[in-house]
Design a protein around this ligand. Structure first.
Ligand SMILES: *[C@@H]1O[C@H](CO)[C@@H](O)[C@H](O)[C@H]1NC(C)=O
Ligand SMILES: *[C@@H]1O[C@H](CO)[C@@H](O)[C@H](O)[C@H]1NC(C)=O
Ligand SMILES: *[C@@H]1O[C@H](CO)[C@@H](O)[C@H](O)[C@H]1NC(C)=O
Length: 509
């Protein structure tokens, strides 16, 4: 469903110029709609092909209003508002006089149009009280609003030093406008814009699927399917060959944003931005800057009271909300997963760092010693060992018998004894080395502060021989300590039993 719309948006800019060139077919400029050999023109435009901008009179006069006449002939015929000497009626302003300035101007114009018999729309609108008509001069649109801005951009002015102005008609719901077809044009939630340079229209644009977003001091319009058409022979579009923007303008497409700030209380005007990706690449992320935008919308008070037009065409809203709902759901899932992964990573890093810090702190500050209590070590007799008889038989050989001792931190202890006294066995048990015999008693690593950092309890006598719990049952310091410390010492036994005071002792077993 979505795909063909995109395809269409891609092709429209290329199709339109060719359709304009064709002579036989009815062609309407400014995206007017051909109807029975006549062009229905956007608000503020008229003439056989909608090429003529309004000049004097008001938008309520529709096709009957006065338009600026063309100068020149054929394809060079371009209406020049400046040359035509157009002057707006009291209470109207903007390029082409489409922007109301006061509620009384709306009421007067509406009453005048109502009295005219030329437009069939007017009699049906006659039921509405003229006294309820107001001119909304805020950036917000209720039904269909006109705006007119100066284009102030250094890049543009370096090429075209004259005065550029942009007219924009934003339509939420044309049916809610006082005189649909005159004071409004086009579909719901659409926008059309025309750029004038020194009084001559250079190009026009159109977009649809618009959504109006209101904030405390800004009004945003976000539209889709932008298309623009350069008017051949104008200054921007080949009239000045060195700076022909035809390709760039006809290529404008995609999303269009019209962002307006709050009205300045002093001037009654506001700055806006015309935001589109190509314009952003040319003029910066804010897009094409518009200055001194004047807003005017003749609208019944009852429409305002009822909340105005919908934000978007319901059909398009449903489709786009379905699509965007799916996309948003997908993005949310991906986002949550990514956040989760990041959070886990962060937690892991923090824990690792904390553990390292704690470990370092313990090692640095605690000054761990070694203490052993009631340490005994027995090896079963060769026969019992092989027949796996119950331990504790009289034939078992006791290597260490209930030894208790302590080495404080920063102390060194020498273990002296004759060959076979069990020096090596004691050191190996303190280091947590796996032994075949039965070890009882306890080995702990008390810190200097008196707090035992990690205690390594020996297996109780009831436990199986060879069941060395020392490594597996004691996490933390008990594990790393022997491995951290012993490798630094060339030979634990030699250090503890220096050769000078003790002869090399063979293994007790
Ligand atoms: C429109 O007419 C005015 C006055 O004659 C002239 O200065 C201006 O250059 C014309 N605009 C263009 C785009 O030719
Ligand atoms: C409404 O229009 C009538 C003419 O049709 C006019 O006399 C009257 O003053 C208008 N009311 C207001 C409030 O402008
Ligand atoms: C918008 O309004 C708030 C207060 O309502 C103000 O602090 C802030 O500066 C305004 N922002 C702009 C861009 O004007």
């Amino acid at each position: 469903m979505h795909f063909p719309v995109h395809l269409l948006a891609l092709f429209i800019p290329f199709l339109l110029p060719t359709s304009l060139i064709s002579v036989n077919a009815q062609t309407c400029e400014n995206y007017g709609t051909a109807n029975a050999g006549q062009c229905a023109c956007p608000t503020g435009f008229g003439g056989p092909t909608c090429a003529l901008p309004g000049c004097h009179s008001t938008i309520f006069d529709g096709a009957q209003r006065q338009f600026a006449s063309t100068s020149g002939t054929g394809s060079a015929a371009l209406a020049n508002l400046t040359a035509a000497g157009c002057a707006c009626e009291a209470g109207w302003g903007g390029t082409g006089c489409n922007v109301c300035q006061s509620s009384s101007a709306c009421q007067t114009a509406f009453a005048a149009a109502k009295g005219s018999s030329a437009s069939p729309d007017i009699s049906s609108a006659g039921a509405v009280q003229n006294g309820t008509m107001v001119c909304n001069t805020e950036p917000r649109v209720w039904a269909a609003g006109q705006m007119s801005c100066q284009v102030i951009n250094p890049t543009l002015q370096a090429i075209f030093s004259g005065q550029s102005t942009l007219n924009i008609e934003r339509t939420l719901d044309p049916g809610l406008s006082p005189l649909p077809g005159s004071t409004s044009f086009g579909a719901k939630s659409s926008v059309s814009a025309q750029l004038f340079y020194d009084g001559v229209e250079q190009f026009y644009c159109h977009a649809d699927s618009c959504a109006q977003t209101l904030a405390s001091n800004s009004t945003k319009w976000e539209c889709q399917n932008l298309q623009c058409t350069c008017r051949p022979g104008t200054t921007f579009c080949g009239g000045a060959p060195a700076s022909d923007l035809t390709g760039a303008i006809n290529g404008l497409s995609g999303a269009l944003g019209i962002d307006c700030a709050a009205i300045d209380a002093g001037t009654g005007k506001a700055p806006c931005h015309f935001v589109q990706s190509t314009l952003q690449s040319l003029f910066g992320s804010a897009g094409l800057g518009l200055d001194g935008c004047a807003f005017g919308e003749c609208v019944r008070q009852s429409v305002i009271d009822a909340g105005g037009g919908a934000a978007a065409d319901p059909a398009q809203t449903v489709e786009s909300s379905k699509l965007s709902g799916g996309v948003i759901a997908g993005l949310v899932v991906v986002g949550v997963l990514v956040l989760l992964a990041l959070a886990l990573l962060l937690v892991g890093l923090l824990r690792q760092r904390a553990a390292r810090r704690d470990g370092n702190r313990d090692l640095d500050k605690a000054h761990v010693g070694v203490e052993w209590k009631g340490l005994s070590y027995m090896v079963p007799s060769a026969r019992n060992f092989f027949t796996r008889q119950a331990q504790g038989s009289s034939e078992d050989k006791t290597i260490l018998d209930n030894i208790t001792g302590r080495v404080n931190s920063r102390q060194m202890m020498a273990i002296l004894g004759p060959s076979g006294a069990g020096k090596t066995t004691l050191v190996e048990i303190l280091a947590g080395k796996n032994k075949v015999g039965v070890t009882t008693g306890s080995v702990s690593f008390p810190s200097q502060s008196g707090k035992t950092v990690e205690s390594a309890l020996r297996p109780s006598p009831a436990q199986q021989p060879n069941n060395n719990q020392h490594h597996r049952a004691t996490p933390g310091l008990a594990l790393p300590l022997p491995h951290c410390l012993l490798p630094r010492l060339p030979d634990a036994e030699n250090l503890l039993t220096p050769p000078a005071t003790s002869p090399a002792s063979p293994q007790p077993t």
